[in-house]
Ligand binder design. Sequence first.
Ligand SMILES: Cc1ncc(COP(=O)(O)O)c(C=O)c1O
Length: 272
Amino acid sequence: MTLVPTRSEDSFQLTAESVADNWKHNTKGVLIATPANPTGTAIDTDELVKIGQYCKAKGGFLIVDEIYLDLSLSNDLDARTHTGASQSTNNKDVKLQTVLANSELQDTVVVINSFSKYFGMTGWRLGWCVVPETMTPIVEKLAQNLFICPSTLSQKAALACFTPEALAQCEQNRNTLIERASLVFNAVQNMGLSLDAQPDGAFYAYINIKHTGLSAIEFCDALLSQYHVALTPGNDFGEHNADHYVRLSFATSIERLNEGLTRLARFVEALA
Ligand SMILES: Cc1ncc(COP(=O)(O)O)c(C=O)c1O
């Protein structure tokens, strides 16, 4: 596997150019998460289509991890897919469309997704993938040999996700995430730290801590041992510039976030 460096100017996402530059004679395909973990940033739709077309031309595949797709941090419901509403033509708004909306890519693209995030079923070990028809027998063989099927309990529980009450609850949870996102993004900036690219979805802030002079691991170690706040060093997710970034997850209550952010601010102030 080749890890391809990304830039904040490209929302920490691959570009068609970076894919072409890194494609080797034995490359089989490209894996992209959008919105991504740890950055929460989504890939530009046009760029994703270009990458899909490139993969297709090379006889390769494109796997798109859309696990955070429905956790958009925008409240523009028209831009979101599961509402069934008509799609907006504004480029920023269509960012969180499923890649499968592009009919020409449907025979090249594999989409993976899970009940873990939008439906809050982390730990139930239940997900799905959408594969081109020609790949179905191959994926079936893999599934049969690796795990036969997801547990019946998880499958039955997941059916309850599609009731109107459950969907309303999920939307309410997403709105809560939007509130927490603005709290966190503002607080981080007030501390003099920066988010180099605006997150589009998920529940993460990928914070640039370079100017503190500490590496990401030193920063997280000291914050945890002195202030009892846990952030994740960029090194847990990759290599490129990873020492300069830490990930904050806001998958916790506003009260705990406020407490954590106050401690983080005190820590950053003491470093200055
Ligand atoms: C981008 C991304 N894909 C997949 C997963 C794994 O999810 P699951 O709980 O379905 O294994 C995660 C979990 O954090 C994730 O961030």
